[in-house]
Design a protein around this ligand. Structure first.
Ligand SMILES: O=C(O)CCC(=O)C(=O)O
Ligand SMILES: [Fe+2]
Length: 208
């Protein structure tokens, strides 16, 4: 794993969330949208180091045709009521639940964590469509720390990539509306020399 290159913009060790008011929405069509707030969290490098060391990361294996292959990223999952691995993540979940309550009508309850060790780690095109999000609109909020990696979005029924969002160092992105059903997202592999990134995804009950 590459060493994390500390961001010039994030030389503080104090781990702190800013206000959510500067969130900016991009409509993607067919009821899908994305909200963005770069640098929501300051002290992101310190949070990265804490999570990289303290979270019980698991390598998962997945059946691919005849072979079992390693999923190219490390994972951890915190269900409803599980204590999160840093108090600022609880704060983040609560702030997001408050901010989106009028639109979402329910709180964020779970946290999925992914560690992309280097540019060979990735996640393929998919929607978070297990459970209720297969048929209902939902919100998935992602807080990223570590070196930025691109989250890319395209329509599910074909068509070019509509958005390429570099996410790292405390950036927040929220996928909403029909996004998980009408769009797909991915974090592609990259040949660039990138350091590790951790993504924290907050979801509602029964959405995976
Ligand atoms: O790395 C990310 O921010 C995206 C992860 C993702 O799409 C997923 O785990 O469902
Ligand atoms: Fe996803």
């Amino acid at each position: 794993m590459h060493a994390l290159q500390g961001s010039l913009f994030d030389q503080t060790d104090e781990i702190r969330l800013g206000p959510l008011s500067p969130l900016e929405r991009t409509e993607l069509g067919a009821g899908a949208w994305v909200d963005r707030l770069p640098g929501w969290l300051t002290g992101a490098d310190a949070l990265f180091e804490h999570l990289a060391a303290e979270v019980p990361w698991r390598a998962e294996r997945r059946q691919m045709y005849e072979r079992e292959v390693e999923v190219p990223r490390l994972l951890a999952f915190y269900g409803a009521g599980d204590p999160l691995p840093h108090p600022v993540l609880t704060e983040a979940r609560e702030a997001l639940s408050r901010h989106y309550a009028p639109e979402l009508g329910e709180p964020f309850v779970t946290a999925g964590l992914c560690l992309y060790r280097d540019g060979r780690d990735s996640v393929a095109w998919h929607g978070d469509r297990h459970g209720r999000s297969a048929t209902e609109d939902t919100l998935v909020a992602i807080l990223s720390v570590g070196d930025p990696r691109d989250l890319v979005l395209r329509p599910r029924d074909g068509g070019p990539t509509l958005l390429r969002l570099p996410l790292g160092h405390g950036d927040l992105v929220v996928m909403g509306g029909s996004c998980q059903r009408t769009m797909e997202h991915a974090v592609p592999k990259t040949a660039r020399a990138v350091g590790p990134r951790i993504s924290v995804q907050f979801r509602t009950r029964g959405v995976l």
